[in-house]
Design a binder for this molecule. Structure first.
Ligand code: TXA
Ligand code: MG
Length: 343
């Protein structure tokens, strides 16, 4: 398949929208990461998304809409908390898991009776959805398991020849995927952390919000300790995407965690040691507490280091007491396959 390269001009967006209407696949920019879009109500088109990504087909997709009122096409049940979050955070990087309308194909939601909905802030994304006249189901536009693409070139590297078109927009402002919050239970539950933190969500609705147990500090340590004998699948995470190995660079990766000066020294030591044995080493070390910058750069740095052909990536852990730091560490731990040393 020859992939068409488009801009964010009105004519090009029209052309992309036509491709979506006709059941094709279009990658497009959002403020978080690039998405790979298909008509959410077209089962065959959605099936092609899984194929293009090489993704397990039980993994549900986020459905993107262009205005808040369109959520009515996807769910019949809007409680006051959901409405409060829409008012506070849309358009923006917050995905709400709500009870789905029966009309939404099972393929879009991975057979769940819920649907994940997001109204992106990105103008190009909203123009595309508007022009297509349908909600757009879109996972991140990377091959399954690879780092999410935050630049048009990253999308091309993974998807050229596999999809109909790529809208080449700006680099993504945020750089990590949206926060996913399950609004179907008694207590709103964060299924995937992001730049909109649990604290911010709790403050908006005036009640406590919890993290899915799969994300908590406790489960992290269980996962880190193979001797504990707990299989990751046993956690049965509510967000099915969390159970697959994710965001992995081609290189091996090791996280160094501890007091700042010790981390720096250990990374230096490990770098030299590995180089002596002929390994090409790359380092990811953000300024202390520069969480927003870390979110913006993390996936791009993984891809750049892979481009340089490094064998090993050494990364400095971020503080997880900050909500955004926690969100970036969630990605970093997965990228490294939970390979971590403490100093
Ligand atoms: O920022 C983002 O959210 C980007 C851009 C393109 O909007 N999209 C994205 O999609 O990251 P994806 O497919 O890579 O991640 C969707 C996540 C997965 O972890 C999936 O399991 C979860 O959302 N999810 C989707 N529908 C769900 C549902 N009904 N219940 C629980 N989790 C769901
Ligand atoms: Mg993804």
């Amino acid at each position: 398949m020859k992939t068409l390269y488009l801009t964010t001009s009105k004519e090009d967006i029209e052309q992309a929208a036509k491709i979506i209407r006709e059941g094709g696949l279009v990658a497009f920019p959002t403020e978080t990461v690039y998405g790979l879009g298909a008509n959410a109500f077209d089962e065959e088109a959605v099936a092609k998304v899984y194929e293009a990504k090489g993704r397990p087909s039980d993994n549900p997709m986020i459905v993107h809409i262009a205005r808040a009122s369109d959520i009515g096409q996807l769910t019949r049940l809007l409680n006051p908390d959901i409405v409060e979050l829409i008012d506070n955070f849309w358009p923006g990087p917050l995905t709400l898991v709500v009870k789905k309308r029966p009309e939404i194909p099972d393929r879009t939601t991975g057979g769940l009776d819920t649907v994940a909905v997001r109204l992106p802030e990105s103008q190009a994304a909203r123009d595309l959805i508007n022009a297509a006249c349908c909600p757009i189901a879109a996972p991140s536009a990377n091959l399954s398991g690879s780092p999410s693409p935050t630049r048009a070139g990253d999308v091309a590297a993974d998807m050229d020849g596999r999809i109909d078109a790529i809208i080449q927009g700006e680099d993504c402002r945020i750089g990590i995927e949206s926060t996913v919050v399950d609004m179907t239970g008694d207590v709103p539950t964060i299924l995937r952390p992001g730049i909109i933190t649990a604290e911010a969500i709790g403050a908006a609705i005036g009640k406590a919000v919890k993290y899915d147990e799969f994300l908590t500090e406790g489960s992290r340590h269980v996962q880190l300790d193979p001797a504990a004998g707990v299989d990751e699948d046993d956690f049965a995470p509510k967000s099915p995407g969390m159970k697959y190995r994710h965001y992995a660079p081609k290189a091996d990766m090791l996280i160094v965690e501890g007091e700042r000066q010790k981390v720096k020294a250990e990374i230096e030591r490990l770098k030299n040691l590995n180089r002596q044995y002929g390994n090409k080493v790359g380092v990811i070390l953000f300024e202390e507490r520069a969480f927003i910058e870390a979110a913006h750069d993390f996936f791009a740095q993984l891809r750049d280091l892979d481009g340089e052909g490094v064998d090993l990536i050494l990364a400095g852990a971020l503080s997880e007491t900050d909500g955004v730091g926690f969100a970036v560490m969630n990605r970093m731990l997965k990228s490294a396959g939970y390979n971590i040393v403490r100093v």
